[in-house]
Ligand binder design. Structure first.
Ligand SMILES: C[S@@+](CC[C@H](N)C(=O)[O-])C[C@H]1O[C@@H](n2cnc3c(N)ncnc32)[C@H](O)[C@@H]1O
Length: 192
């Protein structure tokens, strides 16, 4: 689903990369620095802040970034001009990629925007090769209640336990629950 106006403004503001790296996804980003993927998929890339970070972190990897919103894909293409990056307008719940196409999939604060989010998690599993990693950040309604009501769609927020259960149903094993305040940071593995 499209982001609400206030959220879209926030995610496209200069504040967002700081909030993302220093607060929302701090632990997960540190953990991702330990991996050496070659084919990375980012779903819900927005204007490409995480895409840029992934390209810098993995200098030998290709990064495919998808978003449902054509305006966000356009912004990402303009902001992240890099031969190793490709941008595709696509729905996370019906990814236009074959099975086993990637060795790392990243979903940075995205699933609560995707109405069929369980199907999107299953898609992340399908496109990952065995042994691949799925890195996920999302919001915790219990901790962020009033904030979420201000800028996001509270009815769509996914409790952490439900996210983990859906990922396990899809076939993932939870490798690390990195905690976080107001958000959760999770690293899953597709069994090899
Ligand atoms: C909060 S933004 C995430 C920003 C980005 N992940 C980052 O790290 O900067 C959520 C993004 O998910 C996208 N989105 C929403 N529903 C989607 C879907 N079904 N498939 C793919 N992307 C979707 C939105 O258009 C938006 O760009």
């Amino acid at each position: 689903m499209e982001m609400k106006g206030r959220l879209k403004l926030f995610v496209n503001s200069p504040l967002w990369p700081f909030v993302l790296r220093r607060i929302i996804a701090r632990r997960l980003l540190r953990r991702l620095a330990e991996l050496r993927p070659e084919r990375v998929l980012e779903i819900g890339c927005g204007r490409g802040d995480t895409t840029r970070w992934l390209l810098d972190l993995y200098p030998h990897a290709s990064v495919t970034a998808v978003d449902y919103d054509g305006a966000q894909i356009g912004a990402a293409r303009r902001r992240v001009a890099d031969a190793r990056a490709s941008f595709v307008r696509a729905d996370a719940s019906a990814l236009p990629f074959p099975a086993d196409a990637f060795d790392l999939v990243v979903a940075m604060n995205v699933m609560h925007h995707v109405i069929p989010w369980r199907r999107a998690i299953a898609e992340c599993y399908r496109v990952l090769e065995p042994g691949g990693a799925f890195a996920a950040v999302d919001e915790d309604m219990a901790a962020l209640g009033p904030v979420v009501r201000w800028y996001d769609a509270p009815e769509a927020i996914i409790p952490k336990a439900a996210y983990v259960a859906a990922a396990k149903d899809a076939g993932f094993v939870l490798e690390a629950d990195l905690g976080g305040r107001g958000v959760y940071e999770l690293l899953f593995r597709a069994p090899g």
